[in-house]
Ligand binder design. Structure first.
Ligand code: SAM
Length: 232
């Protein structure tokens, strides 16, 4: 068992053993989630493990959304993603939508962990083009995982296609309200298991739109809601 004295110890140890860790994940000797949680490293190190690049992308005039309330493409961070993967383990068969996938850090990690069907929705053309390249470059990708992309606003996406909606602070209240109204309609037309995993505090103006969902649990700074189908 490796015990690091300092951050730089951990970093250099990890880089020296990068290929061994990659092989250990491929052979399923260690899970990716466990690896993400066993080193307190900057995300760049795990990017190297996956062979991808998930840098921050700022919004520009190219980001076209109904409401101009898009947040920059900042990645979730592998430490949290390790917890998310563990949490979603029983639901790997459900369709996972990363609402605002940015450069694809979450998608690539879940692709490496063998989730069934992932969908990245992203209106920032710079971010989504990197995300698309990343899922191809991903050195640990499971060939059985299907990954689709929709370039555009979540308000223009067919929500019937998803079960698990992951929102790491993609936008502000205006889009959140419209998104939740559409999700409610989607659920009433096509009743199914839905998870909503949403970051941060839910503002008052958004709370009214949650009536078709129930509180499920919390996961670090995220609140998880689900439909009744999931709990019965
Ligand atoms: C904070 S980043 C999260 C990136 C990624 N989900 C992750 O967790 O690593 C939020 C992303 O949401 C995207 N976004 C903003 N408005 C959006 C909208 N209306 N529909 C879909 N995505 C949106 C932004 O462009 C940005 O890339």
């Amino acid at each position: 068992m490796f015990i690091a004295k300092t951050f730089s110890d951990q970093g250099s140890y990890f880089l020296q053993n990068l290929e061994n860790y990659r092989q250990a994940v491929i052979k399923k000797e260690i899970s990716l989630a466990a690896l993400f949680r066993s080193f307190s490293l900057q995300d760049e190190f795990f990017d190297q493990l996956l062979g991808i690049d998930t840098k921050t992308i700022r919004q520009s005039a190219l980001t076209k959304t109904t409401h101009q309330d898009a947040v920059d493409s900042i990645s979730s961070g592998y430490l949290f993603i390790g917890k998310l993967i563990n949490f979603l383990k029983p639901y790997k068969h459900l369709k996972f939508v990363d609402v605002g996938c940015g450069t694809g850090q979450v998608l690539c990690a879940m692709q490496a962990d063998g989730f069934g069907h992932l969908i990245g929705v992203e209106p920032n053309s710079n971010a989504i083009s990197i995300a698309k390249k990343n899922v191809v470059k991903n050195l640990l990708k499971d060939p059985l995982t299907k990954v689709d992309f929709f370039e555009g606003d979540i308000l223009d996406f067919n929500l019937n296609l998803g079960n698990i909606f992951y929102l790491y602070w993609p936008f502000q209240s205006e889009t959140s309200v419209d998104f939740l109204s559409k999700l409610r309609i989607s659920h009433s037309r096509l009743p199914r298991e839905i998870f909503l995993i949403i970051y941060g505090q839910i503002r008052d103006e958004v709370k009214n739109y949650f009536d078709f969902l129930s509180y499920h649990s919390t996961l670090d700074h995220f609140v998880v809601f689900s439909t009744k189908e999931l709990r019965n």
